[in-house]
Design a binder for this molecule. Structure first.
Ligand code: CU
Length: 276
């Protein structure tokens, strides 16, 4: 793990893109910024022209008649057409391409991200790939922040992480985003991911990192007095290191069956499966 890679490049300009879908989003942001610069400069020149051209001068009286030229109407139509093109021609295709390409759950790491004021809880399903059910009355912030029903058979190999999302490089991650209390927003800037976390609603997002490193998870929705400290971390590892982390992860409770003591998600296998 390269420790120096934590949150690289905050400053002027776009953050480095670590995700495989981020290039198209960055391109759209760049195009929009270029158009906005053109608009800003054009309107600035027009404003300066009006200030000079229509300044107060002796012998000139203000005219209170509106413009008779058709130019403003044409300009308005052009702006509407152009903005329609931005939306329908540029933004919709990028968004629909992303939303229609949900990774195959068999070849992805499936996790749940449960926001709460003011922390991120990451729920991993373990070897069986099934998330144990959760119940509000079982929530214990110190020992069971997700309220996982430990008696349920699907929960025997579940584990969780508070504040840090551990994930492998090169493997799609499908995250079901929800919230325990108010509306938060799950955002990983370097992975170009942002999704509102709504209580009572599960919204999936997916992302694949092209490199290892550590970066911030932030809450992009003003969610209360502790909003500013609702930051987490994403730690992206080589698939083999991720498997090791999973194996080392102590189970929060004893399994009821005879499966090996440590859950293995076999991410290496997934990576091979994805590339073949
Ligand atoms: Cu929040």
């Amino acid at each position: 793990m390269d420790e120096s890679k934590f949150d690289p490049g905050y400053g002027i300009g776009l953050l480095p893109n670590w995700s495989d879908h981020g290039a198209a989003i960055d391109q759209l942001i760049m195009i929009l910024h270029i158009f906005m610069v053109v608009l800003f400069v054009a309107w600035g020149i027009f404003l300066a022209y009006c200030l000079i051209r229509f300044r107060q001068r002796p012998g000139h009286k203000a005219s209170y008649q509106s413009a008779t030229s058709k130019l403003p109407k044409y300009a308005e139509v052009a702006v509407v057409l152009f903005e329609t093109f931005l939306l329908v021609g540029l933004s919709f295709p990028i968004w629909s391409r992303y939303r229609l390409q949900k990774p195959d759950p068999e070849k992805a790491l499936n996790i749940r991200v449960v926001a709460q004021a003011f922390q991120w809880n990451i729920h991993y399903p373990g070897e069986d790939g099934k998330f144990g059910p959760t119940r509000p009355e079982l929530v214990n912030n110190a020992f069971n922040p997700l309220g996982v029903d430990k008696k349920h058979p699907d929960s025997h190999d579940d584990f969780w992480s508070v504040g840090t999302l551990y994930m492998p490089k090169g493997v799609p991650v499908v995250a079901d985003i929800t919230s325990k209390d108010v509306i938060h927003s799950f955002a990983i800037p370097v992975l170009r991911v942002k999704q509102d976390a709504n209580p009572g609603l599960v919204t999936p997002v997916w992302f694949t990192s092209t490199q290892t490193g550590k970066a911030s998870i932030i809450c992009s929705q003003l969610c209360g007095v502790g909003h500013s400290r609702m930051s987490g971390k994403v730690e992206i590892m080589e698939p083999a290191d991720f498997d090791k982390w999973v194996a080392e992860k102590k189970r929060p409770f004893k399994p009821k069956d005879k499966k090996p003591a440590n859950a293995q998600l076999n991410i290496e296998k997934l990576t091979k499966g994805a590339s073949s």
